[in-house]
Design a protein around this ligand. Structure first.
Ligand code: SF4
Length: 350
């Protein structure tokens, strides 16, 4: 950890910069726990510009925890529509109901806050420090970046093991702050408006005289991140075989992607090709009826669907069973196959 003088420079500069330059965000006018919580949940995966109308609509419709707690889930989801990550909205309502049922007051301590649905360490730290002024740390991508550059940290910030270290640092730092609310909001704003991921505005930064990355002229080297493995390409060919309103399917049962889901009869599957067309050609399959790509966490799937006769499945020893086409919607298929099956008229032959 850096020496106390550096830490005290960091703390005093961040807080005083915030008091003069903090963004005038609506929840800051009256930073109640309800306002801070709502803003933190809405802006978790969302940029300020994108989420502002949602924040305004929520506050207009549900001005306090009591009114939100009485809302119907469908109503909350409709207001949330377009924002994505719908679990956030469901948890928002669950938490509102819990708090309302216990008297309507938010807890101020982090450990109790973290027990509420949808509230993780970051949101708990934000509510506790900003709304209640408690000296609680928070660490998000903005804070990671400022810390990494200012202190010249060599630990990879996207390694889960680094989170503990960063939280410990943030905890030691905030204990030195006179105003925990200003300090944490200052870190958030500094990270998003000055110490930006690309081309940080170091000349306007209150920390630049002592910032290791800036002084050494290598801000681009921070934050250090573990390189994620490049996704590998995988080529998968399915057969489309229908017979009088029925379609051939099979169950995936190997320990692999989509385990236990259903699929169209699998004709070929390989990591060794450059295009799906090339791969299909090698298998003597010429005219696909559907091609798509699908991203998984470690693989990029190239999928081709080719019309085949039942004789082809039998002669190539492909397992299959026919189901009535009307049952397709009731069976669990992987997303790309479900998209294909939803896009074709029932039992279409090619
Ligand atoms: S001086 Fe530059 S790199 Fe250092 S904290 Fe400020 S903006 Fe970030």
């Amino acid at each position: 950890m850096a020496n106390p003088e550096v830490l005290s420079f960091f703390v005093s500069r961040v807080s005083s910069w915030f008091k003069l330059n903090g963004r005038p965000l609506p929840w800051r006018l009256n930073p109640t726990p309800y306002h801070i919580w709502l803003a933190e949940i809405i802006f978790q995966q969302t940029r300020i510009g994108q989420g502002m109308d949602y924040y305004t609509s929520f506050i207009a419709r549900y001005p306090d925890i009591e009114s939100l707690s009485k809302a119907e889930e469908d109503e909350v989801l409709r207001l949330w529509q377009g924002l994505g990550y719908y679990t956030r909205a469901i948890n928002l309502l669950k938490t509102a109901r819990i708090i309302a049922s216990e008297g309507g007051m938010f807890p101020s301590d982090v450990e109790t806050l973290k027990k509420l649905p949808g509230i993780g360490p970051y949101t708990a730290g934000a509510i506790s420090s900003i709304a209640f002024g408690r000296k609680e740390p928070l660490v998000d991508g903005n804070v990671q970046r400022v810390f990494s550059r200012f202190f010249g940290l060599k630990i990879p910030v996207n390694d889960p093991k680094s989170q503990k270290i960063l939280y410990r640092m943030a905890g030691e730092i905030i204990r030195m702050a006179e105003d925990a609310s200003a300090h944490n909001q200052g870190l958030m704003d500094l990270g998003s408006t000055i110490c930006k991921p690309l081309k940080p505005l170091c000349e306007r930064c209150p920390l630049h005289e002592a910032c290791i990355a800036c002084v050494e002229g290598n801000v681009d080297l921070y934050p250090v991140k573990i390189k994620k493995n490049k996704k590998i390409d995988r080529f998968i060919i399915f057969g489309y075989c229908t017979d009088e309103g029925r379609i051939a399917i099979q169950k995936r049962d190997r320990s692999d992607i989509w385990k236990n889901l259903y699929q169209l009869p699998l004709l070929a599957d390989s990591f060794n090709s450059t295009t799906i067309e090339q791969y299909a050609f090698k298998k003597s399959l010429l005219f696909s009826i559907y091609n798509t790509t699908h991203q998984l966490s470690h693989q990029k799937l190239h999928i081709g669907i080719y019309p085949v006769e039942e004789d082809f499945l039998i002669s190539n020893k492909v397992n299959y069973t026919f189901i009535d086409f009307s049952m397709v919607q009731e069976i669990a298929f992987p997303v790309p196959l479900m998209k294909f099956l939803s896009s074709i008229p029932k039992s279409k032959s090619f």
